[in-house]
Ligand binder design. Structure first.
Ligand code: IMP
Length: 199
């Protein structure tokens, strides 16, 4: 692929946009996100799986812009509470809750269980251009700790320690998180498949 190709990342989450833009830096894909446009209606994520929600976002944004789209749906699954919050990760503590509210709710739920609180992040990523669809998935296993550590990243990062690490995701730099994260795995796989498919 020698020409630059504009792709819209169907997200207005600044944390995700930073990570995904960095992952596509070494390609000819120019990543724009919903943060670059005004008047984009809110997308209701009412799918029951990460895959359903990722496809929903990809299709809605494709319909709007009629240009190739990448989308993801992601979340945290905690073993002791039946893989909650799962697809509800963004709104675990209620409709317009903050990341902090979600973390506090999760630690409240987990106080009834012994440590370690094993958990994993899941990311389902999709490329969609109307006639073509490419899928990829990534996971990051680790555990939830009972305190907030670090200022980087977003969401549940301050209370999640990846397996084999002593630091939370929020104590890692963007570059370090992008070497191991669920989103990096999913989008690196997606990127390779896109490079093979889009000539
Ligand atoms: P969605 O994929 O936009 O529906 O939102 C996923 C939600 O899962 C985010 O709002 C976060 O709460 C959580 N989440 C997903 N990926 C990450 C991550 O890399 N770090 C921390 N939290 C995440």
């Amino acid at each position: 692929m020698s020409e630059k190709v504009k792709i819209i990342f169907a997200s207005r989450n600044p944390g995700k946009v930073r990570e995904v833009t960095a992952l596509f830096k070494d390609t000819n894909f120019i990543i724009k996100s919903l943060l670059d446009f005004n008047n984009i209606p809110e997308i209701i994520e009412d799918g029951k799986t990460f895959e359903e929600n990722a496809l929903l976002k990809a299709k809605i944004v494709f319909e709007q812009f009629r240009c190739p789209v990448i989308a993801d749906d992601s979340g945290l699954e905690v073993e002791q509470i039946k893989n909650e919050p799962g697809v509800y990760s963004a709104r675990y503590a209620g409709g317009k809750c903050s990341y902090y509210d979600n973390n506090v709710k999760l630690l409240y739920e987990l106080q009834f269980y012994d440590e370690p609180h094993f958990a994993k992040f899941v990311c389902y990523a999709i490329y969609y251009s109307g006639d073509k669809r490419i899928d990829a998935k990534g996971e990051l296993i680790g555990r939830i700790i009972n305190e907030f550590r670090g200022d980087n990243g977003f969401g549940y990062d301050p209370i999640f320690i990846p397996e084999g690490y002593g630091l939370t995701l929020a104590e890692l730099t963007l570059l370090e998180k992008n070497k191991i994260s669920h989103r990096a795995k999913a989008f690196n796989e997606l990127k390779l498949k896109m490079l093979e498919t889009i000539k």
